[in-house]
Design a protein around this ligand. Structure first.
Ligand SMILES: Nc1nc2c(ncn2[C@@H]2O[C@H](COP(=O)(O)OP(=O)(O)OP(=O)(O)O)[C@@H](O)[C@H]2O)c(=O)[nH]1
Length: 363
């Protein structure tokens, strides 16, 4: 299983940088030179500044039109770089990380996703994006809604993380961002580490690709971990992994089509009855009724870890709120614009030109 992580914009490159820390192949793309310099783990030759002629390397200030243009102008350079990283061995999944509310990530990610789909049709493109906080105002919400629409037509799955869910922790925002970024990386890294591990009932790359190939709908990753000696009920721990607070997205998991559950821990704890109780529950709960599973008994392990991926989700309060708010705003903005234009027309109609008032004076 080979994955390439590509971060776009500040939020996206910070997340990609954490993936690089845990040894994933990662690339950073941004319109801001300062933000690229700030990264710690992605090697310098894998940091690409785009749109320099457009922005002078200073970012696009939440303007997705500029983010889109920057990516379009420098797409040949970006694709060459990606090609040189890939070499001769195929990529199974491109994970594109970004913030839905900014300009570089929101504008540039769909352009890149489309180019990757065209050039690498056998690889999946999975978008991993952070949804804006309500308090950030209307522009990030609009950027997010339009980008959701665009990516839903290009990407195989969209893993959305709702930043609003983090605030509930009471942390300050920088800490909350750090925590969610770490969480995203921990969950995806744990999942990818378990794919292709040899064993009887394990997951392989084709299982993961099947689950993520979900026609641009939403996916979410749940996680639960506990000390082996503290686990009273394994089935309870498995269920905890796909409860709402474990998923960072307000979503109706019953609307999911596919699921994938990976369980890793000491063999004496991975009891078949408990595992099947939880998996039966999940299979009956989701609409698509298809659950892939992998068991990873490991005698050296003192912790039990459960990673749950649910995909094909199309009912999510987090997403609906953003899309409906953006639509309401767009309608009232268009109405206000139309009214302003009509008023301007009415007020100014009937005015003569200079020649009517000053006949002959200009000759
Ligand atoms: N989860 C998470 N969200 C973040 C982080 N940084 C920013 N965001 C969110 O991402 C959005 C802003 O995206 P950025 O990545 O900062 O913007 P950008 O894509 O670089 O675009 P410009 O700054 O406009 O050039 C906001 O909605 C923030 O809430 C982060 O580290 N983690």
């Amino acid at each position: 299983m080979r994955a390439l992580i590509i971060g776009v914009g500040q939020c996206g490159t910070k997340i990609a940088d954490l993936f690089a820390l845990v040894d994933f192949e990662a690339l950073a793309i941004n319109t801001s030179r300062g933000d690229l310099d700030y990264l710690k783990h992605i090697p310098h030759e894998r940091r690409i500044l785009i749109g320099e002629g457009l922005t002078g390397g200073k970012g696009v200030n939440a303007n997705p039109l500029l983010g889109r243009e920057a990516m379009k102008r420098d797409l040949p350079m970006v694709m060459r770089k990606i090609g040189s990283i890939i070499g001769y061995e195929d990529i199974d999944v491109f994970f594109l990380t970004f913030g839905f509310g900014g300009g570089t990530g929101a504008g540039g990610t769909p352009v890149l996703a489309e180019a990757l789909k065209e050039e690498y049709p056998d690889s999946l493109v999975v978008a991993i994006g952070a949804l804006p906080l309500r308090e950030e105002g209307i522009r990030p919400t609009i950027n997010a809604a339009i980008t959701i629409d665009k990516l839903s037509k290009i990407a195989d799955s969209i893993i959305a993380i709702d930043n609003n869910k983090l605030k509930e922790s009471g942390d300050d925002i920088t800490k909350a961002y750090e925590r969610i970024n770490y969480t995203i990386v921990e969950r995806i890294a744990s999942l990818l580490a378990l794919v292709d591990v040899p064993g009887e009932q394990t997951l392989d790359a084709s299982d993961l690709k099947f689950v993520l190939k979900a026609f641009g709908s939403f996916a979410t990753i749940g996680y639960a971990k506990a000390d082996a000696n503290k686990v009273k009920s394994l089935s309870r721990l498995i269920m905890k992994s796909f409860e709402n607070e474990g998923l960072y997205l307000d979503a109706n998991i019953e609307s999911a089509l596919y699921g994938l559950v990976a369980i890793h821990g000491p063999p004496e704890l991975l009891k078949a009855t408990e595992i099947f109780e939880a998996l039966d529950y999940l299979t009956n709960k989701i609409r698509g009724k298809q659950i892939f599973r992998g068991f990873y008994p490991d005698p050296r392990e003192r912790e039990v870890e459960v990673v749950t991926l649910l995909s094909g989700i199309y009912e999510s309060k987090s997403i609906e709120e953003i899309v409906l708010t953006a639509k309401r705003y767009a309608q009232s903005f268009m109405k206000a614009k139309k009214e302003a234009e009509a008023k301007k027309k009415k007020l100014l109609s009937g005015l003569p030109d200079f020649d009517d008032i000053y006949p002959g004076d200009g000759e």
